[in-house]
Design a binder for this molecule. Structure first.
Ligand code: HXC
Length: 257
């Protein structure tokens, strides 16, 4: 498949997607969205692929939704077409997706990173929701995901002032899983993704689903959801294999069943 705004490469069981609109600092326009959705759907369906990494350039993961595309739109265009609703499909990707962020992750760029399952940040990363400076607001889930990730105080400050935070502040706040030297970011992310892709596939899907349930349920419902999925994993061949492999002191060989 050939795309114009993204590059897609398979490295073993890892799909590496690189946002590729350098002239616009990877601003997310409708073409990026449709190409990304197609690439993610193909990744999700491909039994040889276990985890994806989304990255940008050294300068920018993505500097936001495309301001030039939105500039002339009115309420009827935005509401009538439910602008940005297409991004919901991205969050329905069942296999794990890691955001590897170097440089700017602003507005929709920060929101895309937060739609991924976790963020690895280069020491050069900068996160922000600067839409307020354009007299608008986050529109791809940023106000909700940022508040859940960093808490009300920092989310509110960032959305109301547009202040960017650097990688160290983002890590302290819980927005990113880990900081990596910029030169090692993509390799580290691919290696992390390969580790995930090397786990039993059904346990990976279940683990992603249960952590995500923490954001959609109350505690008792979430714990019950976790327990039921945990029970279900005992119906898989890979559970038998995983526990036998541990007892026999050898690596597990997964069937995905
Ligand atoms: C369209 C963008 C863009 C964007 C940068 N560019 N960000 N184009 N949409 N979000 C373009 C610039 O117009 C410029 O094109 C080229 O990329 C390089 O950008 P510069 O500004 O010249 O680079 P620099 O001086 O290094 O500044 C980097 C920057 C700045 C600080 C990241 O570009 C910036 O502030 N960008 C906008 C960030 C932002 O507001 N993001 C939120 C967008 S709204 P030309 O053709 O001039 O060379 C959003 C909405 C979500 O995400 C929901 C709300 C509706």
């Amino acid at each position: 498949m050939s795309y114009q705004t993204i590059l897609v490469e398979q490295r073993g069981a890892v799909t590496l997607v690189t946002l590729n609109r350098p002239q616009a600092l990877n601003a997310l326009n409708s073409q990026v969205l449709s190409e990304l959705l197609e690439a993610m759907a193909a990744f999700d369906k491909d039994p040889t692929q276990g985890c994806a990494v989304i990255t940008g350039s050294e300068k920018a993961f993505a500097a936001g939704a495309d301001i030039k595309e939105m500039q002339a739109q009115g309420f009827a265009d935005m509401y009538g077409h439910d602008f940005f609703a297409g991004w919901d499909a991205f969050t329905r990707t069942r296999k794990p997706v890691i955001a590897a962020v170097a440089g700017y992750a602003l507005g929709g760029g920060c929101e895309l990173a937060m739609m991924c399952d976790f963020i690895l940040a280069a020491d050069s990363a900068k996160f922000g929701q600067p839409e307020i400076k354009l007299a608008v607001s986050p529109g791809m889930g940023g106000s909700q995901r940022l508040a859940r990730a960093v808490g009300k105080a920092k989310a509110m400050e960032m959305c109301l002032t547009g202040r960017m935070i650097d990688a160290a502040e983002a890590e302290r706040a819980g927005l990113v899983a880990r900081i990596v030297p910029a030169a090692e970011l993509v390799e580290d992310a691919v290696e992390t993704a390969a580790t995930i892709a090397g786990m039993a596939p059904l346990a990976v899907l279940a683990s992603k689903e249960m952590v995500n349930a923490a954001f959609e349920t109350n505690l008792a419902q979430g714990v019950q959801f976790e327990r039921r999925l945990f029970h279900a994993l005992f119906g898989t061949a890979d559970q038998k294999e995983g526990m036998a492999a541990f007892v026999e002191k050898r690596p597990g060989a997964w069937s995905g069943k």
